[in-house]
Design a protein around this ligand. Structure first.
Ligand SMILES: Nc1ncnc2c1ncn2[C@@H]1O[C@H](COP(=O)(O)OP(=O)(O)OP(=O)(O)O)[C@@H](O)[C@H]1O
Length: 670
């Protein structure tokens, strides 16, 4: 099984392999050790002779001199000997080397990066995305009517979703999964990793085969678990599954912090005569909520899991999300153990058999899939198979021609691809004029559907405030979309944007990944992204599903070099430069000044509110320290109110903890 190869410098080994073999090496090492021992012996002998010859007291200086001389002589001898040895032998030294002690500035051989074979030799996804209504010969070949492996109910569901033909990633992945799953036991399908550009239709690439393979199930059990990093994405994927399952008996459930835990528990399991039964077949969840249910929901059992899908896989493999896998593993192991030890009675022999060390088929999807074997190893993939797209334009052509660009067999060619339909541009401006530049761009190009990304939620908030004021007399409506907003409010903002009631949304990167907002014309990076992955996901909100789109990055003089370097490193160019007339400052001076003034006032108000809050907290703390006898009537009242408040808070907190860990006295459902 070829899984992961640790990157190593292999030159020495290859040289050794060319030499006379292991036995010869051992002889050489032995010879060298003997030479060293001889050298040390001679040195000691010389010192002893020198001290015996000279009278101790009066000749001590001379002794030192002799020692130095003899040492020098010995060194010279050894130097000549070693020079001779160097001439005669070409083999590298096998002595121990003190790390960091070598001060030579000689160029060291480059360490060669060795990728696991499956990462270095992926299956290439051919073809581009074409608009759904194009009807040429190639489009017909991908038409859902022409694809024999799709069941009738899937075709009908796709038709209802207005999908006429499959996209390249779907054509490559769907039949492969169906075929791998069709093979009888003990054959185990290879796990799948898919790295394809944003908006290329990865969701349907895993949803279609899962629904088709589970549709014929007899008993309802959780057989597919789909994990996504954020609630919005989970909702999006849940909707796709629900649409696909509409003509089957399969039940899909969404678990995310947007709902109450108890409500989700009701949807997940039911209890009948002391036995828990699953009410769902497919669970779409965020990692945090999954862990909540693994601990708090009695009867939530994943031992029959057939598919584990990890969408936005590189994000989910981040350290912050890591522990969900541990909990999932522990859960599956403990339920299997319970069955095997008889603590929980199996329903049938097959169930017992299934619980014995059976792993789900793992499917990983991302536009920026990790190339780090260590991270991937956490998922313990089974003989993984990688599907990836080729680099698409706009790429840095000179970089591709450049001989220094890594060899395509040792580099992961699908690592950072952007849709072919995307046009990338940049605009250089001064920091203080950035909001005004953006304002001028929107007016000049009459943008009606644009997203603007900032590097922090704070900047998004301030920028939205300025833009709302700048556009107050125009028909263009710009609003903020913040992670601090409630999920419902965020949902409303997004649907207002989708309906065209809002023309521009300003947000931080928290929402840059995976969100599928239809028909976004332009994505503006108000600040240069710090990481290439962030850039890829930001710009991926436009040019989706074969549509055209533009990504513009606002840069200051200082940002330019770093941004260029970041793109060049992955073989991309910055694209065309957009020039905005410096006259904008004069043209919109009055309104810009008032917008900045408004922002200043708002910031001051915010600051004073925070100050008041802090004062209140410290006053409360002081009151607690003061003896009751010394308190004024007002202070006594304030103290009582404070105590009451904290009591209420404590009881509600307790209630929340109680609901998260139901005891035997709190059945999930009678
Ligand atoms: N075969 C198809 N025909 C037409 N539209 C499609 C097809 N497949 C997917 N789409 C549409 O393309 C859009 C993008 O799909 P999806 O969200 O699955 O992309 P993605 O590759 O997961 O993107 P990201 O990496 O940004 O999450 C969606 O609006 C989806 O409805």
């Amino acid at each position: 099984m070829e899984l992961f190869t640790v990157n190593r410098y292999t030159e020495d080994q290859s040289k050794l392999a060319q030499g006379s073999g292991e036995a010869a090496n051992e002889d050489e090492i032995l010879q060298k050790l003997l030479q060293k021992a001889e050298k040390r012996k001679r040195k000691h002998k010389n010192i002893e002779e020198a001290t015996v010859k000279e009278p101790e007291a009066e000749q001590s200086d001379k002794a030192v001199e002799t020692i130095v001389q003899t040492e020098n002589a010995t060194e010279q001898q050894t130097e000549t000997a070693s020079a001779d040895a160097k001439e005669t032998e070409e083999e590298p030294s096998h002595d121990f080397q003190v790390l960091g002690a070598d001060s030579s500035t000689a160029k060291r051989p480059k360490v060669e990066m060795v990728l696991p074979s499956w990462l270095a030799h992926p299956t290439i996804i051919e073809g581009g995305l074409k608009a759904a209504d194009s009807a040429d010969a190639e489009a017909d070949a991908a038409s859902i009517k022409q694809l024999p492996y799709l069941e009738k109910y899937i075709r009908s569901a796709l038709k209802q979703m207005k999908i006429k033909r499959l996209f390249p990633v779907q054509i490559a992945v769907i039949p492969w999964i169906l075929e791998a799953q069709a093979k009888p036991e003990p054959f185990r399908p290879r796990d799948v990793c898919v790295s394809a550009p944003t908006g290329s239709g990865k969701t349907l690439a895993f949803a279609i085969p899962i629904v088709q393979l589970l549709a014929k199930r007899v008993q309802c059990k959780v057989r597919a678990l789909v994990v996504l990093p954020v609630a919005e994405l989970a909702l999006q994927v849940y909707k796709v599954f629900s649409a696909l399952c509409s003509l089957t008996e399969l039940e899909v459930c969404l678990l995310s912090k947007q709902h109450r835990l108890e409500d989700e528990q009701d949807k997940l399991v039911e209890q009948y005569k002391g036995v828990y039964y699953s009410k769902v077949d497919i669970v779409v969840t965020t990692p945090g909520r999954l862990v909540d249910h693994l601990h708090a929901t009695k009867g939530f059992c994943l031992k029959s899991l057939k598919f584990l899908v990890i969408d936005e896989a590189d994000r989910i493999m981040d350290a912050v999300f890591q522990n969900w896998l541990y909990h999932l593993d522990a859960h599956v192991r403990s339920t299997a153990d319970q069955l095997l030890t008889g603590v929980q009675a199996p329903l049938c022999y097959q169930e017992l058999l299934n619980s014995w060390g059976k792993q789900p088929h793992k499917l990983l999807f991302s536009a920026t899939l990790s190339q780090d074997p260590e991270k991937l190893q956490n998922l313990r993939l089974f003989q993984p198979k990688l599907f990836t797209t080729k680099l698409t334009m706009p790429v840095l052509q000179p970089a591709l021609d450049n001989a220094e660009l890594p060899d395509q067999t040792s580099t992961f060619i699908g690592k950072y691809t952007t849709p072919a339909e995307l046009t990338e541009q940049y605009c250089v401006t001064e920091m203080r004029l950035k909001p005004l530049t953006l304002y001028a761009m929107v007016l000049l190009n009459n943008w009606k559907r644009f997203l603007c990304f900032t590097n922090s939620a704070d900047t998004a908030n301030r920028l939205a405030c300025v833009l709302v004021h700048l556009f107050k007399d125009s028909t263009i409506r710009v609003r903020e979309l913040s992670a601090k907003m409630s999920a419902t409010k965020r949902g409303h903002r997004l649907s207002d944007f989708a309906r065209g009631n809002i023309h521009g949304l300003v947000c931080s990167d928290a929402l840059a990944r995976g969100i599928d907002v239809p028909n976004v014309d332009v994505v503006v990076s108000y600040e240069a992204p710090r990481h290439i992955k962030t850039y890829i996901h930001r710009v991926g909100r436009t040019a989706r599903a074969g549509q055209k789109g533009t990504a513009i990055t606002l840069l200051t003089d200082k940002d330019q070099a770093n941004f260029k370097k970041m793109l060049n490193e992955v073989g991309k160019s910055m694209g065309e430069e957009l020039i905005i007339s410096p006259d904008i400052e004069v043209e919109h001076a009055a309104i810009y000044k008032s917008a900045l003034e408004l922002l200043r006032l708002r910031q001051e108000k915010k600051k004073s509110a925070i100050k008041v809050q802090k004062m209140r907290i410290s006053r409360k703390a002081d009151l607690h320290k003061k003896p009751e006898a010394e308190m004024t009537l007002m202070e006594k009242l304030q103290f009582k109110v404070g105590v009451q408040e904290s009591k209420v808070k404590k009881t509600t907190k307790h209630a929340v903890i109680k609901t998260q860990k139901p005891t035997k006295r709190q059945p999930i459902k009678e």
